[in-house]
Design a protein around this ligand. Structure first.
Ligand SMILES: *[C@@H]1O[C@H](CO)[C@@H](O)[C@H](O)[C@H]1NC(C)=O
Ligand SMILES: *[C@@H]1O[C@H](CO)[C@@H](O)[C@H](O)[C@H]1NC(C)=O
Ligand SMILES: *[C@@H]1O[C@H](CO)[C@@H](O)[C@H](O)[C@H]1NC(C)=O
Ligand SMILES: *[C@@H]1O[C@H](CO)[C@@H](O)[C@H](O)[C@H]1NC(C)=O
Ligand SMILES: *[C@@H]1O[C@H](CO)[C@@H](O)[C@H](O)[C@H]1NC(C)=O
Ligand SMILES: *[C@@H]1O[C@H](CO)[C@@H](O)[C@H](O)[C@H]1NC(C)=O
Ligand SMILES: *[C@@H]1O[C@H](CO)[C@@H](O)[C@H](O)[C@H]1NC(C)=O
Ligand SMILES: *[C@@H]1O[C@H](CO)[C@@H](O)[C@H](O)[C@H]1NC(C)=O
Ligand SMILES: *[C@@H]1O[C@H](CO)[C@@H](O)[C@H](O)[C@H]1NC(C)=O
Ligand SMILES: *[C@@H]1O[C@H](CO)[C@@H](O)[C@H](O)[C@H]1NC(C)=O
Ligand SMILES: *[C@@H]1O[C@H](CO)[C@@H](O)[C@H](O)[C@H]1NC(C)=O
Ligand SMILES: *[C@@H]1O[C@H](CO)[C@@H](O)[C@H](O)[C@H]1NC(C)=O
Length: 420
């Protein structure tokens, strides 16, 4: 039995200038003091959990410290709250955290995630650029890092390497900021979404570099108010809303998604909205703006017949569809690697009406990488408006037409407003 050094450090900071006598203490919990070895061989899971328990019982703004220049091997581990502290809880990942190299070494291989933070509010995880989470060897069914029921979450400065399934999953969290992450996985790896968001609200993702084998970011069911800015995506499958509506009878929704200033380099898709046939619910109030395209196969795509490739959509009997509405694609520039610059593969609803409504495009200039190549636009069951769009999209109403000039909405640059 290892004797635990239950020593800890208290850093006190007193500010004398402003705020009358305002001072606070930060208790730090270094995993080395709780028995972690950090040689990349020893299982440090227990030591991490012991340190976490101590931190979770502390008041103030405690910090779990994972020191630099060490490599910690962790089994699937759950860091549970709620914690005693009502202030921020810090996790400083300065060293490297690695998963067991082969699935055989996993103690509990049924786990859906490797590192899980559950019910921890005010969690601030900072990688500070030296922090690495390496899921190398993670079994294919697990996510590297999952946050479940964590409100007021901040995650920044980490490098995530090579997780065969999703890298980061944000489930049922409110007020989330994810920034300055670098997520890397081979482009031929399947189902390696960079960041997956389910059932979460007020999520702000900015300044990340994401290259994976699947969606760079996927905004899935129950997500509302998601702001994605300054993302470099590639390789990967783009920044997607969905997929939603997979199960017949399930009612799934996504609303208020704002994607701005993102670059897609060599990706399969750029801006994508994907819904399963036979589903119900909606994806609405979505905008993609200021997008740079470098050799993208499907720069703009609404796919209402999404079946995840090999899956069989044939036995779906319901003719309902997830409604996609109030969408803006604004200011897209760059190059296309394939033939379809714009794809609206929409359905009809069970009432026979169009399932894609009020889809608006403006300031689009997509050219082919190969000047000899034809560029095409695919349109089915969609309506909306277009302005300064090249290639032109004839299935949408030109904004400057007389019909549109009469419509009160025609001149409004923003058909809907966002509030975060
Ligand atoms: C935390 O609790 C203490 C004492 O109960 C209180 O003084 C402080 O304002 C609380 N802090 C926050 C961030 O709620
Ligand atoms: C994080 O990085 C900054 C800048 O390199 C440095 O000033 C700061 O001390 C680091 N923080 C920790 C906890 O190492
Ligand atoms: C999701 O979060 C809300 C609010 O924090 C909570 O009330 C609810 O129980 C959570 N749902 C699940 C499935 O844990
Ligand atoms: C997230 O939502 C999608 C549907 O949009 C679902 O297929 C997936 O299982 C969900 N993930 C989790 C972890 O709940
Ligand atoms: C757009 O994103 C890039 C990173 O991809 C960043 O360098 C640039 O500053 C951003 N521009 C604005 C106006 O925020
Ligand atoms: C796009 O990706 C290619 C291949 O990874 C890379 O060589 C190139 O520099 C990238 N372009 C930009 C503008 O980042
Ligand atoms: C099709 O039917 C099979 C067998 O009942 C089922 O396993 C599968 O999930 C169904 N596919 C879809 C997309 O619903
Ligand atoms: C579209 O972009 C190409 C390449 O940058 C440029 O040559 C062309 O003039 C642009 N077209 C419009 C309509 O702006
Ligand atoms: C789109 O369809 C809806 C419902 O049929 C209709 O109210 C709307 O005027 C149409 N918009 C355009 C631009 O055609
Ligand atoms: C209206 O838009 C069409 C298609 O974009 C364009 O060809 C036409 O010149 C425009 N008309 C006016 C009056 O701006
Ligand atoms: C979409 O935007 C409209 C206009 O701002 C707003 O009235 C509506 O509540 C929004 N819908 C959702 C589901 O957020
Ligand atoms: C989205 O995030 C960016 C960068 O963090 C911020 O500048 C912008 O105000 C946010 N947009 C909204 C609608 O909150």
């Amino acid at each position: 039995m290892r004797k635990l050094l239950a020593s800890f450090l208290i850093v006190c900071i007193f500010t004398t200038s402003s705020n009358f006598n305002a001072g606070y203490c930060q208790e730090t919990f270094n995993v080395l003091d709780y028995g972690a070895v950090g040689d990349g061989q020893t299982d440090d899971s227990e030591a991490f959990l012991t340190a976490w328990s101590a931190l979770c019982a502390a008041k103030g703004t405690p910090a779990l410290v994972i020191p630099m220049e060490k490599t910690f091997l962790l089994q699937p581990t759950k860091f549970s709250g709620p914690c005693i502290s009502n202030g921020s809880i810090y996790v400083e990942i300065l060293g490297k955290i690695v998963a067991p190299k082969t699935p055989q070494e996993w103690k509990e291989c049924e786990k859906e995630s490797w590192l899980l933070f559950s019910e921890v509010n005010n969690l601030i995880i900072n990688g500070n650029e030296t922090g690495v989470i390496n899921g190398n060897g993670l079994p294919w069914w697990t996510e590297a890092l999952r946050f479940f029921n964590c409100n007021d979450l901040q995650l920044s400065g980490l490098t995530h390497v090579d997780s065969p399934k999703g890298h980061i999953s944000i489930l049922n969290c409110t007020n989330v900021i994810v920034s300055n992450l670098h997520i890397i996985a081979p482009d031929d790896s399947e189902n390696t979404d960079g960041i997956d968001i389910n059932m979460s609200r007020h999520v702000n993702i900015h300044d990340c570099i994401i290259g994976t084998g699947d969606d760079c970011i996927a905004i899935k069911r129950g997500s509302v108010l998601v702001n994605v800015t300054n993302i470099a995506c590639g390789p990967g499958h783009g920044i997607s809303v969905g997929s939603i509506g997979k199960l017949e009878g399930a009612y799934e929704t996504v609303a208020e998604v704002f994607v701005r200033n993102c670059t897609f380099n060599g990706t399969m898709n750029g801006a994508r909205i994907k819904t399963w046939p036979g589903g119900s619910g909606y994806a609405k109030n979505i905008s993609y703006e200021k997008i740079t395209l470098i050799g993208v196969q499907n720069p703009i795509i609404i796919d209402q017949n999404y079946c995840n490739g090999e899956h069989d959509c044939g036995n779906i009997t319901s003719n309902s569809a997830v409604e996609v509405s109030n969408v803006i694609f604004n200011d897209f520039r760059g190059t296309l690697a394939d033939e379809h610059a714009i794809t609206f593969d929409c359905s009809k609803t069970e009432y026979g009406t169009l399932a894609c409504l009020n889809i608006n495009m403006e300031q689009i200039n997509i050219t082919s990488i190969d000047p000899e190549k034809e560029i095409s636009v695919l349109c089915k069951n969609v309506n909306g408006t277009t302005e300064d769009t090249s290639p032109s999209v004839h299935c949408l109403q030109a904004r400057n037409s007389t019909i549109d000039a009469d419509s009160p909405d025609a001149d409004s640059p923003d058909p809907y407003a966002y509030s975060f």
